[in-house]
Ligand binder design. Structure first.
Ligand code: XIL
Length: 537
């Protein structure tokens, strides 16, 4: 992989240059830098250090999305001053910091937050070769009276661009921020710009879809960038025969806020939708003979809060059950109809409901649950059955679904759906790690099949591992035994019909810090890919 690392400067040298006005420091830098144009040390090579306790009117936080930010006096804050983030229309709206200078560095992010919402999160966004990834760095439980502090570390990839660290939360409540900082851990390296990736020739790699062809489909989560890039797409076409849109089929991508609120009466029972952004990925799937997993229709996350308010105005009156049932029905109907008219037969399965169980093994008290009531899952599946083209498989999808208590909760609410004939499969997301027993996982998988009489798909596979001696081999071993066990299940007669990995390369993963995927950035195989190949052979 070629990267234009213009200068590599040790932190101490740069700090010296920053503090010194005489020539001595510059001289020292010239001696410590490796491959640089060092005649004058550019200002941008100074180790970045973002830290703000919001005492000044001038701050470097920028608004994100429609949110607004301002400095306010706040007796609960240190020094009586804080940053207020308000007017948040979508949960990702917040405050953001340009972090381009942290490219390739280990960073620590720290802050104190208060909010009426249950938690606040600090996340990072960046592009790798044009593909945008979002990762969470740290999350803290919050209350509205006092500040809760949190910090977290993250390694920003060498080839990341448009790097932004931002403050967000799952609700639309205001967020007060105090003592916020982003700093490098250890030695600072300055990478001026990212060069083109020198991709490996992947045409001769063994093909996963062929190797597993007798057992199940092999799938991958994609983005428009993957579909449009010739190296990525060539690899994906050769390796996989199923794709899932990593983000673009989610309600927040499909619901059109501006159009809906432009005529609330007109859109009262059927919010406006937009689909054109899906074409790159869907054309790619259709033109290359792949099938698509539709992901997802009814979910608490990545679904804008305004959808649940009577007049689409957050904070006003919530919509009642009758109205929300209409909106749910019309949403499902419109998505199914658009897909079927524009891409007939392409979508083989839909994740009708996603993540309805919470982490305490109860039904999640989402806004779907609050507005419609406990039977919202049954209702969603009934609508999906009504409008899905014949043969489309309807799935329930969740994470940690192998855990016994969570599984019991899920089985509890899925049984009526199965009895009504509206459930065809359970999607086990499988955001797992190398410590999770493969046997435990497979027993849970068998139980879904035996108790509900449905097929199983592994829908979002990624395997986190801690870096350390032999981590790549350890991860490979895990991937290998996981895939072999799935093949064994299939041979035993448990219908495992597809296995989807949640992304292409580690630094493009939503969990980049856990390096959980099969491929390196330049598409050379990780031991994990090799192990998956071997498990089939
Ligand atoms: C993740 C995507 O990978 C990220 O790009 C996005 O920022 C957040 O969502 N469960 C799901 C997936 O069902 O849709 C989520 O995907 C990961 C967890």
């Amino acid at each position: 992989m070629k990267r234009k690392i213009l200068a590599f400067v040790s932190a101490c040298a740069v700090v010296l240059s920053a503090c010194s006005s005489n020539g001595a420091a510059d001289k020292e830098i010239t001696e410590t830098a490796s491959e640089a144009v060092m005649s004058n040390i550019a200002e941008e090579m100074v180790m970045p250090d973002i830290s703000d306790n919001f005492l000044q009117e001038l701050y470097i936080a920028k608004k994100r999305g429609k949110a607004l930010v301002k400095r306010v006096e706040d007796t609960a804050a240190t020094d009586g001053s804080a940053l207020l983030i308000y007017n948040r229309i979508e949960s990702w709206n917040g405050a953001e910091y340009d972090c381009e200078k942290f490219r390739g560095n280990d960073i620590n992010v720290k802050g104190s937050f208060r909010s009426a919402g249950a938690s606040v999160r600090v996340s990072i966004q960046y592009d790798i070769n044009g593909n945008t990834s979002y990762n969470s760095i740290c999350t803290v439980k919050t209350n509205n009276d006092s500040y809760s502090e949190v910090n977290g570390d993250f390694t920003v990839p060498d080839n990341a661009e448009k790097i932004i660290v931002y403050i967000e939360s799952d609700t639309l409540d205001d967020i007060y921020t105090d003592n916020f900082s982003i700093r490098t851990i250890g030695e600072y390296k300055y990478i001026a710009e990212v060069g083109d990736i020198d991709f490996a020739d992947t045409s001769a790699y063994p093909s996963l879809k062929e190797l597993y062809g007798d057992y199940f489909r092999m799938g991958i989560a994609i983005s428009p960038t993957i579909a449009a890039n010739k190296d990525y797409s060539a690899f994906v076409c050769r390796q996989f025969n199923s794709v899932t849109m990593e983000n673009n089929f989610k309600p927040e991508a499909v619901l059109d806020h501006n159009k809906t609120v432009s005529d609330v009466e007109k859109y009262m029972e059927s919010p406006a939708l937009s689909f054109e952004h899906l074409r790159t990925e869907l054309d790619f799937a259709r033109d290359n003979g792949m099938t698509v997993r539709g992901h997802t229709l009814v979910w608490h996350s990545q679904t804008p809060e305004w959808l649940f308010y009577k007049n689409y105005a957050v904070g006003d009156e919530l919509a009642d059950r009758e109205l929300m049932l209409k909106r749910m029905e019309n949403y499902i109907k419109s998505v199914m109809e658009w897909s079927n008219e524009n891409y007939p037969g392409l979508i083989s399965s839909w994740d009708v409901v996603n993540e309805a169980a919470d982490d305490n093994n109860k039904m999640r008290e989402s806004l779907w649950y609050k507005t419609i009531g406990e039977d919202y899952i049954e209702q969603a599946f009934a609508f999906a059955r009504k409008y899905a083209p014949e043969g489309t498989k309807l799935f329930y999808n969740d994470y940690n679904s192998y855990m016994p208590s969570k599984q019991n909760c899920i089985l509890g609410f899925l049984k009526p759906v199965a009895e009504q004939g509206n459930l065809d499969g359970v999607g086990m997301q499988s955001h797992i790690n190398t410590e999770i027993g493969v046997g435990t996982f497979m027993s849970a998988l068998e139980k879904y099949h035996s108790e509900l009489g449905v097929e199983i798909q592994i829908t979002e596979l990624d395997v986190a591992v801690k870096k350390g001696d032999g981590w790549e081999e350890k991860q490979g071993d895990y991937y290998g035994s996981f895939l072999s066990a799935l093949v064994d299940e299939q041979k035993k007669g448990v219908p495992v019909t597809s296995v989807t990995v949640w992304g292409l390369t580690d630094s493009m993963s939503w969990k980049a810090a856990d390096h959980p995927l099969l491929m390196n950035d330049d598409l050379t195989p990780k031991p994990a890919f090799e192990a998956v190949v071997k498990a089939a052979e």
